[in-house]
Design a protein around this ligand. Structure first.
Ligand SMILES: *Cc1c(COP(=O)(O)O)cnc(C)c1O
Length: 381
């Protein structure tokens, strides 16, 4: 194994395209100078179609969780009631943030591996009319579930006046999103998942309705106060020193995304998901989620007759291939393959083939090539 070869197939951080790496190594620029102004001016319109919004997308230096916290502190105050739909570890993160700010949190738990049923939320909202905001996870990274946010938005708006707030950290950029059309009031993503950058930026956009709430919300906040970011962005500027190297990388990411085209990007992610799922099916190894609930960006596999952790060890130690394990109670129960951002069908074929040989190494009796062949056949259509 090459000591410096990383086959990074975890659901974030994800590999960085070489041209983005090069863009990030450009000499430093002044954050109040013309170069940064031009940079933000160029970035601004290109982020909007990725979110599916006409609103400006604020860029905050911080990991994805900073964006989630911004979503909470800008919209609700202690004592307000919110509903958090928790379909896994990242839904729970919203619960923890809301708890930290003494928000009255209703928690709607969905079994890990399943997507939320919008109908159930309807009943909840009717029962608790004081709920001011509903928080949901678009792609639940801990299980590889893509929640039906479009339908959820519909349910939230037709049965309440609550804001609909979405964590899209592990899928925005890799899946279609129509924030305005679907009725998402606040959408958050991060840089290190489908956006092909290192960790360090969080992106957040708000609807006109959400802006009204944000302007009136009395919850104290400083660094995460969204209004500052909006007012500065209008002037192609930021309230604090931005992560300039990441912005230089972002500019190149947006160029790459523009060259490939958003529809093609979404199609590539869907294809990678189908190739991955077909491979494990052919090998007779269970998937955690149903086809309907599956995310195009990450796949969770739930082995019945071998140790997920033993497989992960061989993958990493012999081939330098990193896949993720399970979180919390799913630790040791599942492993997760990220196929998002700078990842192609070629990478998926490599991953499957390495998984096959490693399965043999840990003593699982499989026919070599069976999974790879299934993935190849999906590729060929
Ligand atoms: C990665 C991720 C986050 C953010 O995590 P950070 O480590 O703070 O960047 C939030 N939500 C989801 C769904 C994620 O996958």
């Amino acid at each position: 194994m090459l000591s410096d070869q990383q086959l990074l197939r975890i659901p974030g951080p994800t590999p960085i395209p070489p041209s983005v790496q090069r863009a990030m190594s450009q000499p430093m620029i002044g954050h109040r100078g013309q170069e940064t102004k031009e940079l933000l001016k160029s970035i601004k319109p290109k982020l909007k179609p990725i979110f599916g919004t006409e609103q400006d997308v604020a860029i905050i230096t911080g990991s994805g969780t900073a964006g989630l916290e911004a979503a909470v502190v800008n919209t609700v105050t202690p004592g307000d009631e919110v509903l958090v739909i928790a379909t896994g570890a990242f839904g729970e993160r919203f619960v923890k943030i809301a708890d930290a700010y003494q928000i009255k949190t209703h928690r709607y738990d969905v079994e890990w591996g399943e997507a939320v049923t919008p109908g159930a939320i309807k009943e909840y909202l009717t029962k608790y009319p004081a709920i001011k905001a509903v928080f949901a996870t678009f792609c639940e990274t801990s299980t590889g579930v893509l929640n039906p946010v479009q339908e959820l938005a519909k349910v939230v708006h037709s049965h309440s006046d609550a804001l609909f707030i979405v964590d899209g950290v592990s899928c925005i950029g890799g899946v279609e999103c129509k924030m305005d059309e679907w009725g998402i009031d606040l959408l958050v993503t991060g840089s290190q998942k489908a956006m092909m950058l290192p960790a360090g930026l969080t992106f957040i956009a708000a609807s006109d309705r959400a802006w009204k709430t944000i302007e009136q919300n009395e919850q104290p906040r400083f660094y995460l106060g969204l209004k500052k970011y909006r007012d500065n962005l209008e002037k192609d500027s930021t309230p604090f020193t931005p992560a300039l190297s990441l912005l230089l990388g972002l500019e190149q990411v947006l160029t790459l995304m523009n060259e490939e085209g958003l529809e093609q990007i979404h199609e590539r992610h869907r294809l990678m998901m189908e190739m991955t799922r077909a491979a494990f099916r052919a090998l007779d190894i269970p998937l955690l989620t149903s086809d309907i609930a599956a995310s195009p960006t990450v796949t969770a596999i739930k082995p019945a007759d071998f140790e997920a952790e033993a497989l992960r060890r061989v993958l990493k130690e012999e081939f330098g291939l990193a896949v993720a394990g399970g979180q919390q109670h799913m630790k040791g129960e599942i492993f997760r393959i990220g196929h998002m951002g700078y990842c192609s069908p070629a990478d998926v074929l490599q991953t499957i083939s390495i998984v096959e040989i490693s399965l043999r190494k840990i003593g699982k009796d499989i026919e070599l090539g069976k999974g790879t062949q299934a993935a190849q056949e999906i590729y060929l259509g």
